[in-house]
Ligand binder design. Sequence first.
Ligand code: FMN
Length: 190
Amino acid sequence: MDVYKAILSRRSIRRFQQKPIKLELLKKFVNAARLAPSAANLQPLEYFVINDKELCPKVFETLGWAAYIKPTWAPSKEERPTAYIIPLVRDTSNKWYPRDVSLASENIVLAAEEEDIGSCIMCKVDRDKLKEILKVPNEMIVDSVIALGYKAEKSIVEDFKGSIKYWRDENEVLHVPKRKLEDIIHINKF
Ligand SMILES: Cc1cc2nc3c(=O)[nH]c(=O)nc-3n(C[C@H](O)[C@H](O)[C@H](O)COP(=O)(O)O)c2cc1C
């Protein structure tokens, strides 16, 4: 799969098959993150990989899902992520670290997409609870969580028509409105 194809086909996925992801693949995704651009090449990030059957449900409890879907929704036990990659920040005095995390995260989700593995970058995280569960050293920050698993839902992009809120249709297909190219591009003049 070429990169642009992966960019086009990647969507946030929040329902997963319970087939495990091989550790080799999870390591490959972290390697993709490791090689991402980093401000001044400072590389302040480390990654917690979780695929343990006992630990996954504990991580799950710290996450908030799909805020636009009402009533409040979370994946059922049979459709939860089977792995997580958690970007950790060691040096928070580096003010650019959120950009580093973003770029590394995109590398992770695109590398996952190439393997047909669904992902969801998540910032609605009870970080204190998660830090405690994972025994992350005090001086480090848990930035976000990337949920991973083989896809068990369909999500499609549609043109923005007045609302940016994603929604599910009667077949449980997720529709994600995106602003149109002609509405966001300025070529040579505004
Ligand atoms: C920084 C960031 C934080 C996000 N946090 C959450 C989250 O806490 N829970 C969730 O279900 N989705 C979360 N998402 C996923 C977004 O809702 C999703 O990217 C957006 O709806 C667009 O859909 P798409 O990823 O399929 O293009 C987050 C995405 C980003 C980039």
